[in-house]
Design a protein around this ligand. Structure first.
Ligand code: ADP
Ligand code: MG
Ligand code: ZN
Length: 639
């Protein structure tokens, strides 16, 4: 029965009830009756005009000799009957009026019916009518995908070859379990996909669903979590029951960290439910062996927070790392997404890939999309390389905000600030090359200096880190040197913050300080939830804390001085570059090369460094550091 019919029935019932109520209030008597006061009635009685009365409860219906009717109420007069008899009035008595049986039933039960109706209505509403209504609380919310329903195939996933291989093996097994069991091999029953966000874990799972010709259940970790304790656990039970019925099959649990976090972590209440859910998950995963044909695939970007019990053999014993794509991977991913848009002749996926180190699959998909949008906006038929360049800038440095009007002095200050970053970045050893400098406001920054590594980078040396600290101070120091210490702006706060962070990490996490040695002094930042880090803080003595602060200070001071020296030595170049920025707003690698070599500067093309730098450069953007080692971001933004 759907809600509409229920509604209509409800209305009919209410109307019916109202009509009945009204009915009982109106008298069926058609003849007009007048209501008399009791004393008037007694007067009429004694004057002898009353011929007949009908007494029902307190109501007295009377008829006079002239057949006119009246009505009055008995105030409880004990002498009434005597009086009536004395005046020869015919007396009739009626039993008190009983409402009809139906009326009685209706009036007694209707409120309950209405309440029940409302209750059912709410239930259906909260459940959206489908699975998971209030009645289905403990039912799993997994969606089962029928064969052929998912269009994604492994061909749509690129750049993560190892993961594809591992996963392909599973698909193989499900299609042909004999092949494996004949050799005595045991197929893992749980596979955990781990990797940074946007690398294609969910996509990969969907591809498996598309390829494996077996039932595929998907559920997100957060679907288990509910307000009420025990619900998650019963959902897990239900999911596995369902799955076992349709084995061989795959269960995919996305974002498993929502339920799979280390038990005993977290502050305050609220985690009991999660722990029960996790326990149930552990029990269920133990409940069958690989040859039962249920494979659990889970995805997370935080395997470090997962409960160790989940990771032991027999559960998620196989981990597939879905990492950030390398150069070839990025080109392949770009090609996958370029299939969907009209691409101009001059576009080369490999060139773009070279300019986008550190981009995840999702970033690259976004890049293609942004480029297509730029092309559409400028009325092009296809998406050219210049559109990709624009899109790349937008993603790495933020959208241009040309509407911001900067005063001349602000512009000048910004120009010197960014030129300071660029020059110091150029001079210090092993710094990523400057890709672009711009004083067009983007996002929240008034200007941007973009450094791009030459190739994918997986770790950083101490020298590289210190060079970065130096270039971060370049902006502030340039401001100070040109405009005086009184004119220095707040714009460098982000630079200072990041420089301090790098220095602190060097001391407390990377073991790169001379005085503090290779010790980890800081809790790994992996813990997002307060509880663990509050209760299990790595304690350092006050003396050590002081020494850490001193070591951080040393690094900062050393680099601050170096930056100052560099800027003083290159004052003429600072002026030239700032001037160039004020003229062109954006300059690229070629222009910076010229300025640093003391040559007359080439005219920048429309996009500042443009494509020539793309070929040699490589780019990792203003996106915050994503790599596992917690490398600081490369681009330097903001005034
Ligand atoms: P996550 O790893 O966070 O689950 P998703 O699988 O949701 O990432 O990826 C988001 C989107 O990014 C995908 O829908 C797809 O368009 C794109 N993408 C990510 N990785 C890849 C890849 N390896 N190949 C092709 N496209 C990808
Ligand atoms: Mg995902
Ligand atoms: Zn800055």
């Amino acid at each position: 029965m759907n809600a509409k019919i229920l509604n209509i029935l409800l209305w009919i019932a209410v109307t019916f009830w109202l009509v009945m109520m009204l009915n009982s209030f109106t008298t069926s008597d058609q003849v007009e009756t007048r209501t008399l006061s009791y004393s008037q009635f007694l007067q009429e009685l004694s004057s002898g005009t009353v011929k007949e009365v009908t007494i029902q409860d307190e109501t007295i219906l009377g008829m006079r000799s002239d057949s006119s009717r009246f009505e009055t109420y008995d105030p409880g007069d004990p002498g009434l009957v005597g009086d009536l008899l004395k005046h020869n009035v015919v007396i009739r008595a009626k039993p008190p009026e009983q409402p009809s049986l139906l009326m009685q039933l209706v009036s007694a039960w209707l409120p309950f019916v209405v309440l029940a109706g409302i209750w059912i209505w709410f239930m259906r509403r909260s459940g959206g009518g489908g699975a998971g209504g209030l009645f289905n609380f403990g039912k799993s919310r997994a969606r089962q995908h029928a064969e052929g329903e998912v269009r994604v195939t492994l061909r749509d996933v690129a750049g993560v070859e190892e993961a594809k291989e591992e996963v392909g093996e599973l698909v193989d097994f499900l299609r042909n379990p004999q092949k494996f069991s004949n050799l005595g091999g045991r197929i893992p029953c749980g596979v955990l996909m781990v990797g940074p966000p946007g690398t294609g874990k969910t996509l990969l799972a969907r591809a498996i669903a598309g390829e494996a010709k077996v039932p595929f259940f998907t559920i997100s970790g957060s679907d288990f979590v509910e307000m009420f304790v025990g619900v998650g656990a019963s959902r897990v039970r239900d999911l596995f029951e369902q799955a076992k019925k349709s084995a061989p099959c795959i269960i995919f649990i996305d974002e498993i960290d929502a339920v799979g976090r280390k038990r005993g972590a977290g502050l305050g209440g609220g985690h009991d439910e999660r722990e029960q859910t996790l326990n149930q998950l552990l029990v269920e995963m133990d409940g069958f062996t690989g040859n039962e044909g249920v494979i659990v695939i889970a995805a997370t970007n935080r395997s470090d927070v997962l409960d160790p019990a989940l990771l032991r053999p027999g559960r998620f014993d196989r981990q597939v790392v879905v990492g950030l794509p390398d150069l070839a991977g990025r080109a392949a991913i770009l090609e996958v997404h370029m299939r969907k848009v009209p691409i101009a002749e001059d576009v080369d996926a490999r060139t773009i890939a070279r300019g986008t180190p550190g981009f995840s699959g999702a970033d690259l998909a976004n890049l293609v999309n942004e480029a297509a949008l730029f092309a559409a906006r400028s009325g092009r038929e296809d998406v050219g390389m210049d559109m990709f360049e624009k899109a790349k800038d937008k993603i790495m440095m933020g959208a241009e905000r040309r509407s911001i009007v900067m005063s001349e002095s602000e512009k000048k200050l910004t120009a010197y600030h960014e030129a300071g970053h660029a020059i110091v970045g150029r001079v210090v050893p092993e710094h990523d090359p400057v890709h672009k400098v711009s004083i067009i406001p983007r996002g929240r920054a008034l200007g941007v200096t973009l450094f791009l590594p030459e190739r994918d980078r997986y770790s950083m040396s101490k020298r590289q880190l210190e060079s970065q600290i130096s270039s971060l101070f370049g902006g502030r120091l340039a401001e100070e040197m040109i405009f005086g210490p009184e004119q220095v702006t707040t714009g460098a706060s982000n630079d200072i913050e990041r420089a301090t962070e790098i220095a602190r990490k060097m001391v407390t996490r990377f073991g790169l300080s001379d005085t503090m040695g290779p010790l980890a002094y800081a809790e790994d930042e992996g813990e997002v939830f307060l509880g663990r880090s509050v209760t299990q803080q790595r304690h350092v003595s006050p003396e050590t804390a002081l020494a850490i602060d001193q070591a951080v200070r040393d690094i900062i001071d050393r680099n601050y001085q170096r930056t100052k020296q560099i800027l003083e030595d290159n004052l003429d170049k600072l002026h030239t570059m700032a001037e160039a920025l004020l003229t062109y707003e954006t300059i690229g690698k070629d222009q910076i090369d010229d300025i640093m070599a003391g040559r007359p500067m080439r005219e920048p093309d429309e996009h500042g460094g443009g494509q020539s730098s793309n070929a040699t450069g490589g780019g990792r953007g203003a996106k915050q550091g994503q790599s596992a080692t917690g490398q600081p971001p490369v681009a330097i933004g903001g005034v």
